[in-house]
Design a protein. Structure first.
Length: 387
């Protein structure tokens, strides 16, 4: 393997496929009980939140026209209750997933560190140490959130969309079809930016790795830098690497930031279409004010999980590059390992014993002859002169 430098982008030796993602589920299975509990709490919170528009619709169409103040107070309390239940369940779920995320970080980082102990010296000779360090620290932090909250949130947002569709069709079928008409437009937008976004974030990963590699070299080699008075030159190199990282990051964010305005614009068009169809196309007898208000609320709620899924997709794309790097490291063949049936050498005191070795001088050179002596912990031996 050719030696990698701080100014050379790393090339993945194997392309990413979904087998990598399936392989990462090993770290999730250990905490599936907690994750299922968090998912159920999220479902209850979502259902509680969806009851609000139904309460609003009933109040606008029945309670307020009848001027029934007692019923209006009860509906208000029920509306507040649904919000309180949703917030409570969501808070408990967040605390559970925070703990799970930190446990996943611990597991991945432990596996990486143990594997690094068994890799040959060639692995470290061919890579700047900063590029190795960033895998254990930065990449693991990013990937852990995707494996914990990311998976749960994908399932949750899909369930949210299903529940919202059920509630929408229960209120009005025709206006529900108006809400769903925006999905094809959104799908086309996502297909256009998907491929470019992944390549852009892979480039960010490379440039970040290069920058960290050079930073680590300069911190550990500060004395060498000062001895050879390379402060100015090293600062210029660091500026160049920082500038490349800045440009790659801006390019990647450009694609990521296309998602949320596209989602928001499609959502706004859909909600406007609800008013147009409800007030101008359908008869007032078929669609009441309460129905339009409820459908507008559900339309907003329907596109919120889609926007959340878009953000999760962005995060997923960003972290795929990091996940590739982690598994690339774990797939490096380990050569420093015990053979089968290896015996334990027991406690090591650190004492070195030299038998039959002597030192003498002959024509300006140090000659080794027979002598015996011990070097105990804390002591040192030096060969003085030409050896």
């Amino acid at each position: 393997m050719a030696r990698n430098r701080y100014d050379v982008d790393e090339v993945l030796e194997t392309p990413f496929d979904f087998a990598h993602l399936k392989r990462s589920f090993v770290y999730i299975k250990k905490y599936k009980g907690k994750m299922i509990t968090a998912l159920m709490l999220s479902v209850f919170a979502a259902i509680s939140g969806l009851l609000g528009p139904l309460i609003t619709q009933y109040a606008l169409d029945n309670t307020i026209p009848q001027k029934n103040m007692g019923q209006l107070v009860l509906l208000t309390l029920a509306f507040i209750g649904t919000i309180a239940v949703s917030i409570t369940f969501s808070t408990i779920r967040s605390r559970i997933m925070t703990v799970v995320g930190q446990d996943i970080i611990f597991d991945i980082r432990t596996d990486l560190f143990k594997h690094l102990q068994e890799l040959p010296f060639e692995y470290y000779d061919n890579r700047p140490h900063g590029k190795i360090l960033i895998r254990v620290v930065n990449y693991v932090n990013s990937v852990s959130d995707m494996l914990s909250n990311g998976i749960i949130n994908v399932i949750l947002e899909c369930l949210n969309m299903l529940f919202i569709m059920i509630f929408m069709f229960f209120v009005n079928v025709k206006l529900s079809l108006v809400v769903l008409s925006g999905l094809p437009i959104f799908a086309v937008i996502m297909m256009m930016i998907k491929k470019r976004q992944r390549k852009a974030w892979q480039d960010v990963s490379n440039k970040s790795s290069n920058l960290n590699a050079y930073l680590q070299e300069n911190i550990t080699g500060a004395r060498v830098t000062q001895i050879f008075t390379r402060e100015e030159e090293n600062a210029q190199i660091f500026d160049r690497l920082s500038e490349k990282y800045r440009k790659s990051w801006i390019n990647a964010v450009k694609y990521s930031n296309l998602v949320w305005p596209a989602t928001d614009n499609v959502s706004t068009l859909v909600r406007a279409a609800i008013f147009v169809v409800g007030l101008l196309v359908l008869t007032p007898a078929a669609v009441s004010l309460g129905t339009i208000v409820a459908m507008t609320s559900y339309a907003s709620s329907f596109w919120q999980p889609i926007m959340n899924l878009s953000n999760i997709f962005n995060n997923f794309i960003n972290n795929i590059a990091y996940l590739e790097r982690i598994f690339e490291t774990l797939d490096e063949p380990a050569t420093i390992a015990d053979k089968p049936n290896a015996q334990d050498i027991g406690d090591i005191t650190g004492e070195v014993k030299f038998d039959d070795v002597t030192f003498s001088y002959e024509q300006g050179k140090t000659v080794l002859e027979h002598i015996s002596f011990d070097v105990k912990p804390g002591e040192s031996v030096a060969l003085v002169g030409p050896t």
